[in-house]
Design a protein around this ligand. Structure first.
Ligand SMILES: Nc1ncnc2c1ncn2[C@@H]1O[C@H](COP(=O)(O)OP(=O)(O)OP(=O)(O)O)[C@@H](O)[C@H]1O
Ligand SMILES: [Mg+2]
Length: 409
């Protein structure tokens, strides 16, 4: 997809006669003329979404809906259509979607979801002359949250290694290209029927430069609460790739526990859960942590021992896996393992080798697509009664938050 396609959004903005001119005076175009102009407008590099037939809704995100679509010119070709939420059309095409598109254009890798093109529906009077834009992706049959919430899907150790190896390959690639994902969670990890993993949802992603002395000033209101690392919870704004590796650690544990391991209801609660699992947050284990704004403002549990391996070994039952988990869930981001080093870990080089796992064979036993959206029981508050209590639980003080939609800019 060329950059030219993107420029068509700006084309309309610059060429559509607006009722207010640059010097603030009203122009001669009336609202009816304007509507007609918009109705007849053809984006030069943006196809009509009607080339795809919407088959089913498969996702409902913070920023819009996602549908499975069929290419009318090639009925064997399925796509995912992510609708761009135009909540404030006066400000034009949303900057968050523009950022997602720009980043996806940069990232071409087997373990990153492939953006095919941007499409739009025509504006007409019964949709109040609004265009709807869709990001069109290669379709993946499942997301990891959907797979993990289905008890009939059983992964053996080799298959788990294969998934985690691909996840880390994807992270290694995006980090090498100076992109942070900033929303790692099982629902944002897609798996094709052939067992190829694709990192998805770059709606919160951004380019980064290495943490500097002067300090970058990135927002820390990113990453779904349950997967949010301690540095973000403490207000760090000069963070880097380790934020995604923490999320990878949470996802890795989830491969065995089958549910998110730390389901906090508030930022304070999330920090409590982290401290109970990873030990107290102190300058001894994390030099410099005392400099964060929130270090003194939050109530950080004292005297907690680190219990990552102790708590997870019953589920994981593999020493190398426990060791890698322990290295991913390190409190101090500067000591947390990076994607490259994690890929060299014994976990991936001891039997059963990931290369020998055939995920496509296992997935072939399941003909239905599995997505988080189609498995609502996974969401907090809808959790099935038979589900086990998260490995980390503490008093929630009665505040309810699904943990899936805590995304604020
Ligand atoms: N290419 C794809 N193939 C199949 N399913 C997809 C694809 N892209 C997205 N989905 C499904 O749609 C869901 C929502 O998509 P995405 O995460 O990109 O949107 P979002 O609005 O940012 O979501 P959220 O706010 O919940 O994170 C995904 O969790 C996944 O289940
Ligand atoms: Mg998502």
């Amino acid at each position: 997809m060329s950059v030219k396609r993107l420029s068509s959004f700006h084309y309309l903005k610059n060429h559509c006669p607006s009722s207010i001119s640059q010097d603030g005076k009203t122009e001669e175009f009336g609202s009816r003329d304007r509507e007609k102009y918009v109705e007849e407008f053809n984006f030069p590099f943006c196809d009509d979404a009607s080339k795809y037939e919407r088959v089913a809704k498969i996702g409902q995100g913070t920023f819009g809906e996602v549908f499975k679509g069929k290419d009318k010119s090639n009925p064997k070709k399925y796509v995912a259509m992510k609708k761009v939420l135009m909540d404030n059309e006066k400000e034009g095409f949303p900057i968050t979607a523009l950022r997602e598109i720009r980043i996806l254009q940069l990232l071409e890798h087997v373990n990153v979801v492939h953006l095919i093109e941007i499409c739009r529906t025509k504006a007409h009077s019964n949709n109040k002359s609004k265009f709807t834009f869709y990001l069109i992706f290669d379709f993946c049959e499942h997301d990891l949250a959907g797979l993990l919430s289905n008890v009939n899907v059983v992964f053996n150790l080799g298959e788990i290694k294969k998934i985690l190896q691909q996840l880390l390959e994807g992270l290694w690639f995006i980090h090498r290209n100076n992109i942070l994902h900033r929303d790692m969670k099982a629902a944002n990890v897609l798996i094709t029927k052939n067992g190829v993993l694709k990192l998805a949802d770059f709606g919160l992603a951004r380019a980064f430069s290495l943490p500097t002395k002067e300090g970058n000033r990135y927002t820390n209101r990113v990453v779904t609460l349950w997967y949010r690392p301690p540095e973000l919870l403490l207000g760090d704004r000069n963070y880097g790739p380790p934020v995604d590796l923490w999320g990878a650690g949470c996802i890795m544990a989830e491969m065995w526990t089958r549910y998110p391991i730390m389901q906090g209801n508030t930022e304070q609660h999330q920090l409590n859960l982290i401290s109970h699992l990873c030990g107290s947050i102190t300058p001894e284990v994390w030099p410099g942590v005392e400099k964060f704004d929130l270090y003194k403002k939050m109530e950080l549990p004292k005297g907690q021992r680190r219990k990552v391996i102790e708590r997870l070994k019953h589920y994981v039952q593999n020493d190398a896996a426990c060791d890698l988990l322990d290295k991913l869930l390190i409190l101090d981001p500067s000591k947390r393992i990076d994607a490259d080093t994690a890929l060299d870990h014994d976990f991936f080089w001891l039997d059963p080798l990931p290369a020998e796992a055939d995920l496509s064979k296992m997935l072939a036993r399941h003909t239905q697509s599995m997505f988080e959206y189609l498995a609502p029981k996974r969401r907090a508050g809808h959790r099935a009664h038979h589900r086990q209590v998260p490995i980390c639980s503490s008093n929630t003080k009665g505040i309810i938050d699904t943990g899936f939609h805590d995304r604020i800019f």
